[in-house]
Design a protein. Structure first.
Lengths: 505, 125, 330
């Protein structure tokens, strides 16, 4: 057994252990430890990815002395390594970009607790990605939920507390459904580990027994995880949650947390229930419909917002609709598009949240359209970052969003029954995206009504013009590069995703 | 359908409890009652799991007198899952109660709609 | 106009109507002993939400504000009706579908059910030899499926961190608001101090509870029990002691520093021990931890120390939850 194969386990444990240690450290040390942990785990995930690409197969890793149906297990393959690496990068940049705001928004004595949440969030995301055991998945889903709630409410203003409790309520509904789904699945299969459970499911399908329970299990697990990731009719907690948390938390929650659940859902589809069974059960069509509804209505809601941060949050609803639409197509190509969109969206949405913060900094922390007029001149890099993010969401060539829209469109062509609605929805949603994103971009680069002098005057007399810190600029720049990278070098990534999905089966 | 439901009476009851808890968590405006609903829901799942582990006429899975025969003990797996699940449920309950306390201090109400109204009122210039 | 409406709102007729509608919420208005000052005036019109009844002695807000409030209230109420109907349908649907599913599930208590398969068979047949634990469930959760259990302790840890964020009041920077909150949160003022009956009972009960808790933890691998249940018992003993003798007594031995150190060292040990065991297991190395004679206290390898760790964490966390909820600090 090669030493690299230990890395998935090491990365989960390192993230968790740094969280535990942080409880006695002061804010600065906790911050450094957490940054170091994120970097180390990202490096390890990259090593796992390279290892799996080189050997060309996935492997399972025993957590303890007992093999598959008895002991816990984790599993690593190309897709797991890629996702873990990507999530690590996005998390690192989000944390770095929001550091100053974290210091401002969070009480001084409680900052180390913030980094505990970040560490445990990282470890739970990694565990969700690597897990090969359904009950482990449940436990880490709960850690993820609680850490997410902690990240929202750590600002401790009224709105974020309210957002946190609404998030908790919806998440608990989702967890309840997920748990009852797992219990039912355990009841009919007798296994909790994914690989033996899949064999048992195949046996059940072959024997033709428990048809209704299996259908209900698929439905309950899908709906539970859909509620937790904020699919359209269950999206009510999203705008408040993303809109009023501290920037790092918004970027992480919208970029990674909901994606972690979606990844788990894909993994359960492939590794436990069997993709063919899920497609045959018509549940994917329900997800497809909800996804389509989300794509359009999420954008409509976004157009109606006055607060730009809530607008970005509603745009997440639309983008999660895209992902579920891709899953709902039921084909491998659709799944590849969905996974690629997971990456696109986490890179782009984090970029939007972080660069929006740079723009608010130069507009007296106001978030409405009028105050943001001309902000693109006052903070050029943040303006460029926001424009790149917006264009990517709209689907401008060379950027990540274009590739994912292309993948969605081509995958739609392969499924004849769903081609027309998919293409029409894509077109409408793209136009709607363009309406609200380009409106904001134009606002950023238009001259303020009262003339530029007044804000400049204020700035020069009372305080020197505000420069964003180097951390924020570094994060924005890296995110822009990440977007360009996803847009220009998509081929190897798409290849790796296809490879990884093939390993799932 | 009737006969199997009666045979599976314990599961039936736990499912009904699950539904009641789910309804309360989703529907009730009062935060404390929502938390109660959440607990009922979780406990119903644990009841479901515990029922699933039971086998007629067998013992608790603690080895006595060196008997290690499968036919002597009930299935230990669901019991372990329930143990793990209970801790999760305790943690989320504590967190939700703490959040409720803070919201009550802030807005003076336990009613989610009332809190929303007050929040909107505060935000108007 | 408003006069007439006020009269109507205070009348029995409306109250009965509301009671029939199920809108009167006992907890919403009845639970508080004393609302915080600034919240008090807002807290009064609790039970009748859409058109608040203004009671004497309450400052009347401006008419415009009130109208707005009514409009908001109506919007939200309208929304709520739809929401309620939808939710009732949704929940009935969920119950119905799940009941329908249950009717197809394997029968209760049948030994031939799919979940009584080779997994549980191995736990029962060779659990004693492989883990050294007489209690098969403990052996399962702390050895076969230890990663789940480690995750579970982390859930408890992060929940206690979140509660710390929410409820710990740090008045270190001399913030007036924080100090005010601290004063309000200290509910010791409202309670009878040094109650003789409580103290006498606690003198007898607390040692018994503590011994019982320790027994449960130490015998976790031999009899029903284990870290979590024993820890909860220990925590309740601490809470009883606190209630009887007050914070002054408990703070002599249990402060936040102690809490942090105990939790940190227990979780660190847990993490390192389990990492060692996972690492050796996955790499097919011999772990070299003796399992001892099954049935003895000092047996079953890592399970006993892990149970002690979990017990300590749980006891401290329970106590911490209690003090944080009660006075916003330890």
């Amino acid at each position: 057994m090669s030493f690299v194969q230990n890395f998935p386990f090491f990365s989960i444990i390192i993230a968790m252990f740094s969280g535990i240690i942080s409880s006695v450290l002061d804010a600065k040390k906790a911050r450094n430890l957490s940054l170091a942990a994120i970097m180390v785990t990202t490096g390890m995930s990259a090593a796992v990815l390279v290892f799996c690409l080189r050997t060309g197969e996935s492997y399972t890793y025993m957590m303890g002395h007992f093999p598959a149906p008895w002991g816990n297990e984790i599993r690593a393959g190309v897709l797991e390594g890629l996702t873990a690496f990507f999530f690590g990068v996005v998390m690192l940049l989000s944390v770095v970009g929001g550091l100053d705001h974290t210091a401002k928004d969070v009480e001084k004595t409680k900052q180390n607790l913030f980094f505990i949440m970040i560490d445990l969030m990282l470890s739970s995301l990694l565990a969700l990605i690597y897990t090969n055991d359904l009950f482990t998945a449940y436990v880490f889903v709960e850690i993820n939920t609680i850490a997410g709630c902690g990240l929202i409410m750590i600002r401790q203003i009224g709105r974020s507390l309210l957002a946190a409790i609404r998030y908790m309520i919806m998440s608990q509904l989702g967890s309840g459904l997920f748990l009852i789904g797992l219990s039912l699945l355990y009841d009919v299969t007798g296994h909790l580990l994914m690989s033996p459970a899949k064999e048992a499911v195949a046996g059940i399908e072959a024997a033709g027994i428990y048809a209704l329970p299996m259908l209900v299990i698929v439905a309950v697990i899908s709906v539970g995880l859909a509620i937790k990731s904020g699919l359209y009719p269950f999206h009510s907690w999203i705008p408040d949650t993303y809109g009023y948390a501290t920037p790092t938390a918004s970027a992480i929650l919208s970029g990674l947390v909901s994606k972690g659940y979606i990844f788990l859902l894909i993994k359960i589809f492939y590794r436990v229930l069997g993709r063919e069974n899920v497609v045959a059960s018509q549940i994917v069509n329900v997800l497809f419909m909800f996804g389509l509804a989300g794509m359009m209505l999420g954008s409509v809601h976004a157009i109606m917002q006055k607060d730009t941060r809530r607008m970005i949050a509603y745009s997440s609803v639309a983008q999660i609709g895209y992902i579920y639409m891709g899953i709902g197509l039921g084909t491998t190509a659709g799944m590849v598009a969905a996974v690629f969109h997971i990456f696109t969206h986490s890179a782009t949405k984090a970029l939007l949240f972080i660069s929006a913060v740079g723009l608010y900094e130069v507009s007296d922390d106001k978030k409405d359209f009028r105050s943001l007029r001309g902000a693109g001149y006052r903070n050029p890099l943040a303006g460029i970052g926001f424009s790149v993010g917006s264009l990517s969401m709209v689907g401008f060539p060379m950027l990540a969003g274009f590739i994912s829209k292309l993948l969605f469109a081509t995958s739609a062509l392969q499924s004849p029954h769903k081609m027309l609605p998919t293409v029409i929805a894509l077109a409408i949603s793209t136009i709607l995206n363009a309406v609200y994103f380009l409106r904001l971009v134009i606002t950023l680069y238009s001259i303020p009504e009262k003339g530029l002098e007044k804000p400049l005057d204020n700035g020069s007399k009372e305080k020197p013009p505000i420069h964003s810190s180097w951390k924020l600029r570094l994060a924005v720049l890296s995110f822009i590069l990440l977007n360009l990278f996803l847009g220009l070098y998509s081929q190897p990534i798409v290849g790796a995703i296809e490879n990884g999905l093939a390993m799932f089966a | 359908m009737g006969a199997p439901l009666f045979v599976n009476m314990e599961e039936t009851i736990s499912i009904i409890l699950f539904g009641i808890g789910f309804t309360m968590l989703l529907l009730h405006r009062n935060l404390i009652k929502k938390i109660m609903g959440m607990n009922i829901m979780d406990t119903a799942v644990y009841l479901f799991l515990a029922v699933k582990g039971y086998i007629n006429g067998r013992m608790v899975p603690i080895v006595v007198d060196g008997i290690q025969d499968v036919s002597a003990y009930i299935n230990p797996v669901p019991s372990g899952l329930v143990l793990t699940g209970i801790v999760v449920s305790v943690s989320t309950t504590a967190l939700m109660l703490a959040l409720t306390i803070r919201l009550y201090e802030r807005y003076g109400s336990l009613d989610l709609d009332e809190i929303l109204i007050r929040m909107k009122e505060e935000e108007r210039p | 106009m408003s006069r007439i409406r006020d009269n109507y709102e205070n009348s029995r007729c409306l109250k009965i109507k509301k009671w029939i509608d199920g809108e009167v919420d006992l907890l919403a208005s009845g639970v508080e002993i004393e609302a915080p000052e600034e919240a008090k005036e807002a807290a009064l019109p609790e039970s009748d939400l859409p058109n608040p009844a203004w009671q004497p002695g309450m400052r009347r807000p401006k008419a415009a504000k009130r109208r707005r409030r009514n409009r908001d209230g109506r919007d939200i109420r309208y929304f709520r009706r739809i929401y309620q109907l939808m939710s009732v349908f949704l929940c009935l649907a969920i119950i119905f579908i799940l009941l329908w599913t249950v009717s197809y599930l394997p029968a209760f208590g049948n030994a031939g059910n799919p979940d009584n398969n080779e997994v549980s068979a191995r736990y029962i047949e060779s659990g004693l030899q492989e883990t050294g634990a007489v209690n098969i469930v403990t052996g399962m959760i702390l050895d076969y499926r230890a990663f789940d259990t480690f995750g579970e302790s982390c859930v408890l840890f992060i929940a206690s961190c979140c509660v710390l964020v929410l409820l710990r009041i740090d008045a270190a920077d001399g913030d007036a608001r924080a100090r005010k909150r601290l004063r309000e949160a200290d509910d010791r003022v409202f309670e009878p101090k040094n109650d003789v009956i409580l103290q006498r009972c606690a003198c007898v009960m607390v040692p018994l509870i503590m011994v019982f808790g320790i027994y449960i933890i130490l015998n976790g691998h031999l009899s029903p029990g284990g870290g979590f249940s024993g820890g909860a018992v220990l925590g309740s003993g601490l809470i009883l002691y606190l209630n009887a003798f007050g914070f002054k007594e408990t703070e002599r031995f249990f402060t936040e520093k102690v809490y942090r150190r105990v939790t940190l060292s227990a979780l660190t040990f847990y993490c390192l021990a389990k990492s060692y065991s996972f690492f050796t297991g996955a790499n097919h190395l011999h772990s070299g931890i003796p399992l001892g004679t099954p049935g003895a206290i000092l047996s079953s390898g890592l399970i006993l120390p892990l149970n002690i760790c979990v017990g300590l964490v749980v006891a401290c966390t329970m106590y911490a939850f209690y003090t944080l909820f009660r006075k916003g600090g330890m």
